[in-house]
Design a protein around this ligand. Structure first.
Ligand code: FDA
Length: 402
């Protein structure tokens, strides 16, 4: 490399949530910093997140909201930089926000405000953001990282990998972060799509397709014998491909291929008892009409067909039948065909194994001056602002130790 090569204290690969946040904080501490990204625009995922309003954090974020082979790994960073620290930053920039539900904070106006804020912070402290830059080689020589890029060569003392996961390749996601980690001897834990809609087998798909667009509040759970147990009380949405909505997206992160899922379509309701009571009070009422008191008509009709409920008055329904109907509704068991995969997934589960990373500094324990932040690591949050909070917290923790 020639003498003219530009040298930085820190090169960050990835101008997403984690990369931009880390750049501003490291620059604020006096480091010379450049962020490189192959995309034309910084923070593309932020821009489309939360339906364009960015669910930028969750007030109640804690280690329990994250999946990782090491569930304790995220604790230190979440403590070093809490949701309240990010909220304070948002408030300093005068960005209006509101709580939608369950501690989820969204911009009132647009996710663009969050990207502008991060870019302003970078500019204020002198961190450079260089887009449209393809990185073709990264080497480590004489305590320096040497990067060959489509925009020339650069060197740095520290290298921060903030390339994110594989979800939404359309937005610029690549496996580059994993490849770089492997190049320097890191272990990559198996990756798969998370926070993603389920697809159904053909028969189920045909049966439930006409419910497409219908949303119901449910309790969705992995089966008792599932590899990972989880249960979420949120809305479920029927789609023309399968099942989506917050409850299903959350569950998808815990579900393993081939497992069944259990859905309670009438949570917190004594259905069997209510049906028996109604049988006494209104014996001539049809079973399906009775169910329509609590469930959408379309859903009752489709379930009656798929579960084979007879078209009888309540008076003609014995306890055994009512029990079956209650179970069909409150312990509805389905075997998804799979998920929609990275094309629509919000996150990637798995990634760079945290066993080889310091939880306090995000620094590699096997390669000098190499750091990992954000989604590229094996830390994945629930739906609801937890993934951005991980990006902010891990980025900050790293920035303070560069
Ligand atoms: P991120 O993906 O943000 O950034 C990685 C950057 O690296 C990108 O800019 C990419 O272009 C760049 N890059 C990749 N490969 C490269 C290469 N080879 N060379 C150079 N650059 C490269 N979370 C949340 O908390 N609240 C929400 O509302 C949402 N909503 C949401 C909606 C949708 C549609 C998606 C897909 C995701 C979400 N998320 C979310 C998840 C959240 O967006 C995600 O967890 C964070 O953006 C992760 O931040 P990172 O900085 O780690 O990666």
């Amino acid at each position: 490399m020639s003498e003219a090569v530009q040298h930085y204290d820190v090169i960050i690969i990835g101008a997403g949530a984690a990369g931009l946040h880390c750049a501003a904080h490291a620059a604020a501490r006096g480091k010379s910093v450049i962020v490189l990204d192959h995309a034309k625009q910084a923070g593309k995922k932020i821009l489309i997140s939360g339906g364009g309003r960015c669910n930028f954090t969750n007030m109640f974020a804690s280690a329990e909201n994250y999946l990782s082979d090491n569930p304790h790994f995220c604790k230190s960073a979440l403590k070093q930089y809490t949701p309240w620290d990010f909220i304070a930053l948002v408030e300093r920039h005068g960005i209006a926000y509101h709580e939608k539900t369950l501690g989820q904070l969204f911009c009132d106006v647009s996710a663009k405000d969050i990207v502008s804020m991060l870019l302003k912070e970078c500019k204020q402290y002198g961190a450079k953001v260089q887009l449209r830059t393809d990185i073709t080689a990264v080497e480590y020589h004489q305590q320096k990282y040497e990067l060959t890029t489509s925009q020339g060569q650069l060197t740095s003392t520290a290298l921060v990998v903030a390339c994110g996961g594989l979800s939404m390749p359309k937005l610029g996601a690549t496996p580059f972060g994993y490849q770089l980690a492997e190049q320097f001897g890191h272990t990559i834990l198996p990756v798969r799509a998370g926070l993603v809609p389920f697809t159904l087998h053909d028969t189920d798909k045909q049966q439930y397709a006409e419910l497409s667009g219908l949303a119901v509040d449910v309790i969705a759970s992995t089966a008792a014998d599932a590899k990972m147990s989880a249960s979420f009380t949120e809305a479920m949405l029927f789609t023309h491909r399968g099942l989506s909505g917050p409850a299903m997206l959350q569950l998808s992160s815990y579900w393993q291929a081939g497992e069944v899922i259990d859905i309670n379509l009438l949570p917190r309701f004594e259905l069997l008892q209510q049906l028996q009571q109604l049988r006494q009070q209104r014996p001539k009422l049809g079973l399906r009409s009775a169910l329509q008191e609590w469930l959408p008509k379309r859903l009752v009709q489709v379930l009656a067909q798929s579960q084979g409920w007879p078209n009888k008055n309540l008076a003609d329904c014995n306890n055994q039948l009512l029990q079956k109907v209650a179970e069909d509704i409150q312990a509805w068991r389905l075997k998804p065909n799979g998920t929609e995969g990275y094309r629509t997934a919000e996150v990637t589960l798995g990634g760079v194994d945290t066993k080889e990373i310091s939880s306090k500094t995000m620094q590699s324990t096997i390669q000098p001056q190499l750091y990992f932040i954000g989604e590229v690591m094996d830390v994945t949050g629930w739906l609801g602002g937890y993934n951005f909070q991980w990006a902010w917290s891990s980025a900050y923790a790293c920035s303070q130790h560069l």
